[in-house]
Design a protein around this ligand. Sequence first.
Ligand SMILES: *Cc1c(COP(=O)(O)O)cnc(C)c1O
Length: 465
Amino acid sequence: MKYISTRGQAPALNFEDVLLTGLAADGGLYIPETLPTFSAEEIAAMAELDYPQLAQKIIAPFVGDCIPEADLQEILQDTYADFRHDAVAPMVQIDSNQWVLELFHGPTLAFKDFALQLLGRLLDYVLERKHQKVVIMGATSGDTGSAAIEGCKRCNNIDIFILHPHGRVSDVQRKQMTTVAGDNIHNLAVQGNFDDCQAMVKASFNDRSFLPEDRSLVAVNSINWARIMAQIVYYFYSAVALGAPARKVAFSVPTGNFGDIFAGYLAHKMGLPVERLIIATNRNDVLHRVMTSGSYGRQPLEHSLSPSMDITVSSNFERLLFDLYQRDGAAIAGLMSDFDNGDVHFNDEAMAAARELFSSQRVSDEETCAQMAATWDSCEYMLDPHSAIGVKAAADADVPAGVPVITLATAHPAKFPGAVAEAGLDDEPFLPHHLRDLFDRPERCEVLPNELGAVQAFVAENLNA
Ligand SMILES: *Cc1c(COP(=O)(O)O)cnc(C)c1O
C-alpha cells in the first residue's frame, strides 16, 4: 500500500514511513493511493468477528507487508484489551430509530483512545525494529493530550511532551494527563493560552535543531494517517450489528477536525452501505457553512460547552476535498493557498458530490443542554455535550424512514460535569471505577514560562527513552 499527498508534490510513502510523518513535505496530508474494498458477502461475514478480529480485517490491507499479520493481530488484541467494555464499542438504543455508539470505554473516556492506543503501539513496534527513538510533541486543550499520553505510556522508544495552557484545562482533563506515571511522559504547563502552546509545537516542527540529530519529531494530531485508519473499524462494526450490508445506516458525528467523520467516508468507499453522514458542529460551524454555502472561511474561535469541537479550521477536510476535486493535487494546493489569504469558494460539482453523502447541522449550547435533558427524561441516558450535539443533529436531519441513525458518542459525561449540571440533570455523572481515585493520585507537571527557548531547552534536557 502506497500513500500519496493531497497536494501532489511529495514523495509516495509506505505505511511505516507514513506512521512516522506528520504533514507531507508539500504541506498536504497523506492518504492511501487506493482503498481496499469489501463485497456484500465479506461484510455480512464480519458479524461473526469480535472487535480486534474485525480491526485486523479492516486494517491489514492498509499496513500491507510492513507488519507481519501475526504481529499485527497481537498489537490489536493488546490495544483493545484495555477497554472496559467487552464489546469495545457497544451500542445503546435511545429512540425507535436512534442509536448511540459508545466510543468512550477506553482509558481516557473519549473516542480518541481508539486511535491513540493503537498509534502508540504501532510506533513502538516499528521503532524497536528500526532501533530508533523519537520525540512526540503536541499541544492540547483537552482530550488529545491525555489520550496520547495513555497511548504512549508503555512505549520504550518514545518521549512524549504535551503542552497545555497552565490553569486553563478542566480538572479532570489535567488530572488525566498529569497522573500518568512514566519517565518518558512529560507534561508542560505553559504560562500562556492554547494558541501559544500550538505555536510552540509548530515552531518546533519547523526547526528541529534543538533536538539531538538521531531523534525525529512525530505528530500525534489527527493529520496522522494511522489515527484515521483505526477509526474506520467502528463504522463497520456498528453498521453490521444493525444489519448491514442488507440494511443501510446513517451516522451522525460530532465533528471538529473532520478526522472521525472522514473515517466514515472511507468506510463507505470501502463498500459499507451508508445512507448519510451527518456533520454535527457546535457554534464553531466552519463545516456547516461550507455545506450550506460552498464557502470555506475562518471565523474567530468561540468557546462552547463542547470544547473538543472548538476549532476554526478542519484540517482533515482537505482529505475529502482531494476526492471532490478528482484527486487533482495541484487544484488542492491552489485552494489551500487561497485559503491562507482569505475565504475560498468550492465549485458546484465538488459541492454536489459532497452533498450526495454528507449533510450538516449546527447545534447551539442551549440546544445541547436541551438534548441532554430530553434524552435523560425519555430514557435516563446521560449524554456528554459532544454526543448530545450528534443526537440533536441526528434528530433534525431528514434521513429516510426506516434507516437507523447511529450517533457516535465521543466522550463520557463524567469528563464534563459542568455541562451536565448546566443541562439540569437531576443526577451526577460518575467516573468509571478505574478513575474513581483520579483526584487522589499524585500529579507530575512542569510549569514553564511562555517562551519557546525555555520549552525547547526543557525538551532537550529531559529525553529519557
Ligand atoms: C476530538 C473530539 C471530537 C472531534 O473529532 P474530530 O475527529 O476532530 O472531528 C468530538 N468529540 C470529542 C469528545 C473529541 O474529543
